[in-house]
Each structure stands twice: as structure tokens, then as C-alpha cells.
Design a protein around this ligand. Sequence first.
Ligand code: PMP
Length: 362
Amino acid sequence: MSLNGKSWRDNVRFVTPYVPGEQPDGADIIKLNTNENPYPPAPAVASVLKDFDSGRLRKYPKPLCDGLRKALSDWFSIASENIFVGTGSDDVLALSFLTFFNSKERKPLLFPDVTYSFYDVWAELFGISYEAIPLRDDLSIDENDYIGRENGGIVIANPNAPTSLSMPLSAIERIVSENPSSVVIIDEAYVDFGGETALPLIEKYDNLLITRTFSKSMSLAGSRIGVALGSKELIKYLWDVRNSFNSYTMDSITQEIGVAALSDRDYFDETRKKIIETRERFSKELSALGFVFPESSSNFVFAKHPAIDAAVLFEDLKKEGIYVRHFKGERVKDHLRITIGLDREMERLLDFLKAYVSLNRR
Ligand code: PMP
């Protein structure tokens, strides 16, 4: 306590943080809880790690990640000036919230009530007012909810998480074109598993920002590489905020790892195709067990069972060494989000569920 009964605690920015999925250790664990890719990154990534000259770490990394942006520019056939990179799309999204959702009239940021649970955390952290718009009962997003409604910005994950559902490009285009006085962020973390990208719209709309990640389809969650694609003007404002905070967030090794991953499109296509095939097989069998879930465009399914308590199943799976994700929110508490892993991992899960469903109907 100080002189006038005030405490340093009066000056603390108290927040309720995002809670990431668990990262358990152990060789036997089947980890289907954080939407990681079950396949290793492209072989060229291993060569970068093996050959990297540690002497290079003496110097600061390239602050604008020139080499990585050049490789991304080739990958997406878009100019480097349209590309921003950061340490994971969480970093890119957080900076984008800080940069673009700064409504002077405190108009609310709009996003669905069931979506990536970091959005409201960033809004709270940065003091952005927001409105969470209910999904339809079938967990899909109604594009009309985002049209003709006053807002200071919009963020939509497409495909959405944890629902796994995607929206057609025409719906995204309507939202972007009908909101010319707001920045619309489309978070495409899972788009490579079946969604339709909004990339072709970037040339047409200067208020559209797309975010991407290397964590899912590139198998590089551990390296933390995120990307934003948008008009040159939007991208410039992002770099301005980045350089008002910390210029050197992506280290030199990671920048090279990113380039290496982008050097092998065949490997990328092969692994994401395998995941999609596993998802389709798994979905059929899961549905045969009585689980209900939307048709996934992502590397996970969001399933519930009418006769089983999801919270109890979550704990029982964990005892078996099988980690999935359970969210406690009212609209999602009956569901489990299950990442698509290797075929043999999904088979072990299905074997467990077969026995479980016949024993544990509530
Ligand atoms: N957006 C969505 C919808 C996600 O599910 C995730 C993963 N948790 C992210 C962004 C962030 O991914 P990363 O920071 O690993 O790029």
C-alpha cells in the first residue's frame, strides 16, 4: 500500500487470456487437440536446420523478411508489397486488430458468437468494442447479419473454427463490398483443407485483409509463421504498427524455414490431400457411430453425440492418451473438436469410440 491507499494494482491491465490446447509430452499420446498437421514439414526444412550457419545469428534478422516475402509472392502470384508476415497468424491477427479496429466512434467489431476464441480476447486487450453475432442453428454464418449493420470492422474465419464450416466466395465478396468503410479480415487458417480463398478479391477491394498460417497445411506450428495479404495500403499500415512495437519478431532461421516449405508445392499438395482423404474416411465412420457434425472443410471435425456427454468423453479419452478439444461455452459444450491425424491414430480413436458408444449412452 502506498501513501493514499493506492496500490500498483490500480494500474495493471487485467485481462482474461486465451487458453491454448494442452501440449502433453509422451510417445504414445494421440494428439488431436490443436489442429496440428500429423505429417512432418517439407524435407527441405530439415536441410535448412542441418546446414544453418550459427555465425549468422550474430546479426539481426531481416526486419521485413524479404526472402520469405519473395517466396510468398511467387507462391500466391501477388506482389511483395501486398504481403505482411509475423510470428504465427496469432501475431498477425493481433497486430491487425490493433491497426484496423480503431473506430473513433467506438462502432463495434463484428464476428460470429462461435468462432476462434482469441478474437474477443484481443478485442478486450485493445479496448475494442465488439458484438458477437449468433450463428444459425446449423452452426453456419448468415452473411446477411454482416450487411447493413453499423460496425468498426469485421473478422470472419473461413472456414470457421471450431465449426469447420466454410462460406462461399460470393458470400465473402458481399460482406466485403457492402462494408467499404470497414476493414474486413478473413482468417483463412484452414482454407487449404477445402475452403474457397478470397485471394482473387484483393485487387478489387482495398478494405480486405486475408490472414494465413504455416501452422496447419505447412506442418510448421512450431516455427510460428503467419501471413497477411491485402492492398498495399493496408499492408503498409501493418508494417508501421509492427515497427512501432518490435521490428525483429521473426528470427533468421524461421525466415529460411518458411522459404524452404514454400519450395515444395508437391509435398504440400500430397500431405493436404492425405489429410482430406483421412477426414472423409473418418467422417463416415464417426457418423455411423451416431455422431453428428457439420461437413468439414478443415483439418478437424466438430462432433456431438446425442447420447453422450462431451465433457465426460473428453476426460475419458484423455485417460486413454487421446487428446481432443472441448470448449465450455453454452453453444459448443456438447461438441468435441477432433483434429484429423494419421489414419492409424483415427482408427485407434474410432476403436475406442465404438466400445464407448455401446457402453456409455446417457
Ligand atoms: N486462426 C484460427 C481460426 C485458428 O484456429 C488458429 C490456430 N489456433 C489461428 C488463427 C492461429 O494460428 P497460428 O498462430 O498458429 O498461425
